[in-house]
Design a protein around this ligand. Structure first.
Ligand code: DHB
Ligand code: FE
Length: 285
């Protein structure tokens, strides 16, 4: 494992890139905040990205809602979310790694659903664009989608997400092939798209989360789903997916970069990038 990225997956961020608006006054500060992370990630290219995300009832309808799932396909088409398919490449899978992760996680008592066919929505493609703004014909790495239900009650607990991440880290480390893996946690930060509190942003909570995801993820795992929804909004509970990423990285990490910008669309956009230290490399003070 080489690095972990936490990032919002707001569809308007993808649309700003697709429509050449990143230099406009509204968007420039957000994309300027991404630049150091992008430079660093470009220099540290993974072979496979495990992208922890949620489908927003675009590809997976609400008739079947697994708590956790892993895509096992050779490739994933970009979903049409109602305004056409984003002008970005289809996503190449890593089926051998997917099968290994499913087996290891089930043996580790996480009952994972498998998605043998899946279209991927903005929850996965926008983080890929945050990582790589100009993919050309193909994304720079293969992808394993890891789906979490954050849209229908009862969502898995934050503690379960952190524990899943730890198990995911163990599973990645036992994969027999020598590959460079990055883990993305996506969604958040504070936002609520509908209802009486639509437009909710809670900057003190987001700042606390950006700090604690590095230094004290257990404190974030102790919050319950109502805490997340009260503090971060009905869609802010997407932040539990960052805990899967954080759990996978283990204790020996270094923060490379973070960024926070309000608003992007209706949402507080956050980013945090962690380097996973090599054995023998010192943990910074
Ligand atoms: C927005 C944010 C999301 O996380 C999402 O899934 C859809 C829309 C928004 O802010 O517009
Ligand atoms: Fe979302």
């Amino acid at each position: 494992m080489i690095w972990g990225l936490g990032t919002s997956h707001i569809p308007a961020i993808g649309a700003a890139m697709d429509n050449g608006k990143t230099g406009e006054l509204y968007w420039k500060p957000l994309f300027d905040g991404y630049a150091p992370a992008r430079d660093w990630m470009r220099a540290n290219r993974p072979d496979v990205a495990i992208i922890v995300y949620n489908d927003h009832a675009n590809s997976v309808d609400l008739d079947v809602v697994p708590a956790f799932g892993i895509g096992t396909a050779e490739s994933y088409r970009v979903a049409d979310e109602g305004w056409g398919h984003r002008p970005v490449p289809d996503v190449v899978g890593a089926p051998e790694l997917s099968e290994h992760l499913v087996r290891q996680l089930i043996d580790d008592s996480f009952d994972i659903a498998t998605f043998n066919q899946l279209d991927v929505d903005h929850g996965l493609t926008v983080p890929l664009s945050v990582f790589c703004p100009d993919p050309g014909e193909t994304w720079p790495c293969a992808v394993v989608p890891l789906l979490v239900n954050v849209i229908q009650y009862p969502q898995p607990t934050a503690a379960r997400c952190l524990a899943l991440g730890r198990a995911l880290g163990r599973a990645i480390r036992t994969f027999p092939q020598d590959i460079r893996v990055a883990v993305f946690g996506t969604g958040g930060m504070s936002h609520q798209l509908a209802g009486a509190r639509a437009g909710l942003i809670n900057t003190p909570f987001d700042r606390m989360f950006l700090d604690a995801i590095e230094t004290d993820p257990a404190s974030l795992a102790n919050l319950n789903r109502e805490d997340y929804i009260r503090e971060a909004g009905t869609e802010g509970i997407e932040l539990i997916m960052w805990l899967v990423m954080r759990g996978a990285l283990g204790d020996r990490i270094r923060r490379v970069h973070d960024a926070y910008h309000v608003p992007a669309s209706n949402t507080a956009a956050g980013l945090v990038l962690f380097d996973v230290l090599e054995p023998g490399e010192l943990v910074p003070e």
